[in-house]
Write a protein that binds this ligand. Structure first.
Ligand code: ATP
Ligand code: MG
Length: 416
């Protein structure tokens, strides 16, 4: 991508009222734009990061034999009435509900359990049809009262939600553990350290749930963690208090702020019972389905990554989720020979499948171009200028030193 063509360009000042680091940096660097409180456009750079995150999630979920699909966001009331959630006061707080011009009552999806169970009811007949593991990436709508932490909390946001249905509690629990492992791999691949926290299920279930929490001072959740082992618990369900001994290893328990990036639920047979969906076992007897749901806050992750990976100059993307791998900075481009060299490197890297953002603008100072590169946060900055001659000047975003290398040497370094 040529920077001269990129929409939009970086901006110098953070928008008024932007308190959180993710809001300031993502807006200034041109990744997101705010429509209204809790509502964001993912601009081309931001959308590239989302695609990287989604690819990581997709890969790990597909290896659990889960299948990707896409479900509608506009839901009829009658399906939501089958579980009673349409009229649940806690649900009414967050679900957008309205009547269309003909008086039909509709709601915008804040989650999909009812819609999935309704779908299963049409296709599941016998135990041979189970297990089923299906997911989608889509928008969720929630009338959040506190939508002010940048892209961390939206009224409209992107989520990956996976649902699974099983013949038995044991099978559900086994898959739940498999998803837990897949989630840990997903967050590890984007360099996020998570704590798995036992929590309460809110409007979803009275049963057992686990949250994946990233420790961060801007988090809205408070969790108790052990200083010595990976024990962690939500304060709402906790048996221990700050300063006490860890029930697992005897270490010290402290309270920290954290951001929830994922949440997994075993929902038991409640949804199946309430919606009259069942399967026939080996003896032809009707049985309830064991159901689970598993969410990851995809757009929230973009904000979490920025909160975790930035410095005073801008964002420092982990390679796996960076919008481009190389930021090719052309200097002295009014010189025809240098421009030709820069163009050649741009094409060579692209031909090798390297994702490159090429700052091809003429008449912009080196200082300004470097400041943009630091703000945008692409892992490798590669300079072509009068001074570099037949070589390239390479600097990693998270390191201070620069090195002069050939294109071939750079390609070798990038393939590691
Ligand atoms: P929170 O406690 O942060 O409100 P939740 O428990 O309501 O989260 P879930 O219903 O479990 O969230 O949704 C799955 C995931 O979607 C969460 O782990 C979180 O990462 C993300 N998420 C939830 N609400 C929002 C929101 N308003 N904006 C962005 N992401 C969200
Ligand atoms: Mg919530």
């Amino acid at each position: 991508m040529r920077y001269s063509q990129l929409f939009p360009k970086t901006i110098k000042q953070a928008p008024a009222g932007a308190e959180s680091v993710n809001h300031q940096l993502l807006v200034r660097a041109g990744f997101i734009d705010q429509l209204m409180a809790g509502s964001w456009t993912l601009l081309p750079l931001g959308f590239r990061v989302i695609s990287k995150i989604n690819d990581i999630i997709r890969g790990e979920l597909n290896s659990t034999e889960a299948q990707e699909m896409l479900m509608p966001l506009l839901h009829p009331r009658d399906i939501w009435d089958q579980t009673g959630r349409w009229s649940d006061p806690d649900v009414k707080e967050i679900m957008y509900q309205f009547k269309d011009i003909r008086g039909k009552e509709l709601g915008l999806s804040f989650t999909h359990e009812e819609i999935v169970m309704n779908l299963l009811g049409k296709y599941v007949r016998s135990y041979k049809d189970l297990p089923i593991k299906i997911y989608h990436f889509s928008t969720k709508f929630r009338n959040e009262p506190r939508a002010k932490s940048g892209i961390l909390r939206g009224r409209e946001f992107l989520m990956k939600d996976l649902y699974s249905a099983h013949v038995s509690k044991e099978d559900l629990q086994q898959y739940f553990q498999q998803v837990r492992e897949a989630y840990l791999k997903i967050f590890n691949r984007m360099k996020l350290e998570t704590r798995v926290v036992d929590a309460s299920g809110g409007v979803f279930t009275e049963g057992f749930t686990q949250e994946f929490q990233v420790i961060s001072p801007v988090g809205e959740d408070s969790i108790l963690v052990c200083e010595s082992c990976d024990f962690a618990t939500n304060i709402e369900v906790s048996q221990v208090k700050e300063g006490e001994k860890c029930p697992r290893c005897g270490g010290k328990i402290k309270m920290v702020k954290a951001i929830e990036v994922g949440h997994i639920f075993t929902l038991g047979t409640k949804y199946s019972k309430n919606m009259g969906v069942f399967f026939l076992d080996e003896h032809g007897k009707k049985q309830d389905l064991w159901f689970g749901s598993y969410g990851i806050g995809v757009s929230r992750l973009v904000g979490v990554l920025v909160e975790k990976f930035h410095d005073e100059k801008g964002i420092v993307w982990p390679e796996a989720v960076a919008p481009f791998k190389v930021h090719l900075v052309g200097l002295d481009l009014d010189n025809k020979e240098v421009m030709e060299r820069a163009e050649k490197v741009y094409k060579q890297l692209q031909a090798e499948g390297v994702e490159v953002l090429f700052d091809d603008k003429e008449g912009v100072s080196a200082g300004e171009k470097f400041a943009d590169a630091d703000l945008i946060g692409i892992p490798y900055r590669v300079v072509v200028s009068k001074r570099t001659e037949e070589q390239l000047e390479v600097k990693k975003r998270n390191e201070k030193t620069t090195a002069f290398v050939t294109v071939e040497e750079l390609l070798k370094q990038l393939s590691h």
